[in-house]
Ligand binder design. Structure first.
Ligand code: UT7
Length: 329
């Protein structure tokens, strides 16, 4: 019995119903289906309804994770929502989710680490649970990038999609997190940003006219960073876990670009059947990408009890995170 490990005891995810295909994007910007497929691997993405916000997806995914864990809302001690598209600047989306889920005993906050949000959220939850401060932590990673994307910018609008994934973390008797690691390099902060809307450039008519409330990205810079860090962060966390590369049974990478995933897979010497890919259906869902992929991989039976699963991602900040999880339910 390994009584002291922290693990996932419930998982759930939510995807909006509305699908936008590459063909539909051809009508909006100067792009084409072939370019998007070959350069990114994306075929279609889900888009949240105009009248709904990130908290809507968080609540749906959170409910499923609670049900899967067999817990009541009152059992949750802390809610961490990781997002870069909160409903509003404040109150936190975490507080809105706490109210709607009825988690009356839970503290709640938002954590912003862009696409690395899930691994950041997991590592914070891990610390709280390991230290004995909290017993059950609900980590929800959700993003509605469609709300902050410039639908006239072909460099970004083809990449992203909306969704949410949630896990309940607690102490587990078998398996659990063997190692987790997060990192940041603020020197790359300019690569990926939403410049206006904060205290630097509060919303004015000028900031709106200049389209500064939309995501701006230097794709090539992010690409190069991603290929390097996916490899380095994976190897570092594997070493920390005491395992060897060959002990990893399954890889859940951040779903940003199939070329980044394949580069990481090759460097980690893993075969295609050991790597989960769903970005063809959903695009890059930012913080939601890893938990949604984990949920789907589990539901498809790709991960068996006892498997060592590597989660690895990167994102704006620049940030990254990696985790080795021994799966047991
Ligand atoms: O979670 C983190 C979020 N961000 C990322 O993960 C982004 C990482 N970066 C990438 O995935 C890739 O850099 C992109 C998919 C964004 C771009 O792919 P690329 O292979 O780096 O293309 P590129 O930017 O070097 O552009 C190649 C060509 C250019 O034309 P010229 O100069 O060769 O004539 C672009 O203007 O492709 C053109 N282009 C497009 N063409 C059709 C750029 N975007 C498009 C487009 N459709 N949407």
């Amino acid at each position: 019995m390994e009584k002291n490990k922290v693990g996932i005891i419930g998982i759930g995810s939510y995807l909006p119903e509305k699908i936008v295909t590459n063909k539909e994007l051809e009508k909006m910007v100067d792009t084409n289906d072939e370019w998007i497929r070959s350069r990114t691997g994306i075929v279609e993405r889900r888009i949240l309804d105009e009248d709904k916000a990130t908290s809507f997806m968080c609540i749906k995914a959170g409910e499923l994770a609670l049900k899967d864990a067999g817990l009541c809302p009152e059992d949750i001690d802390l809610i961490i929502v990781t997002t870069i598209t909160p409903d509003m600047a404040f109150p936190s989306t975490g507080c809105i989710v706490q109210r709607e889920l009825g988690c009356t005993n839970a503290a709640a906050f938002d954590l912003e680490a862009a696409c690395s949000g899930f691994l950041y959220g997991m590592s914070v939850a891990y610390g709280y649970i390991n230290s004995g401060i909290y017993k059950n932590v609900l980590v929800i990673s959700a993003d509605a990038l469609s709300k902050i994307i410039d639908w006239k910018d072909r460099n970004t609008c083809i990449l992203f999609g909306d969704g949410a994934g949630a896990v309940v973390m607690s102490k587990v008797e078998h398996g659990g997190i063997l190692a987790i690691d997060i990192g940041a390099d603020g020197k790359g902060a300019e690569y990926l940003k939403q410049p206006a809307g904060g205290s630097l450039y509060p919303a004015t008519h000028e900031t709106v006219d200049q389209r500064l409330h939309y995501v701006q990205m230097e794709g090539n810079g992010v690409f190069k960073f991603a290929v390097k860090i996916m490899d380095e962060a994976s190897k570092k966390v594997i070493q920390k876990s005491g395992l060897e590369l060959s002990d990893i049974d399954y890889l859940i990478p951040h779903q940003a670009n199939i070329r980044i995933i394949n580069a990481a897979r090759k460097r980690l010497k893993m075969t295609e059947d050991k790597v989960f890919v769903n970005l063809d259906k959903y695009g890059n869902m930012s913080a939601a990408s890893i938990p949604v992929a984990l949920d789907e991989a589990l539901k498809k039976g790709n991960i068996k009890n006892g498997d060592n699963v590597l989660l690895v991602g990167f994102g704006g900040g620049l940030t990254w995170g990696s985790c080795v999880l021994e799966w047991h339910r």
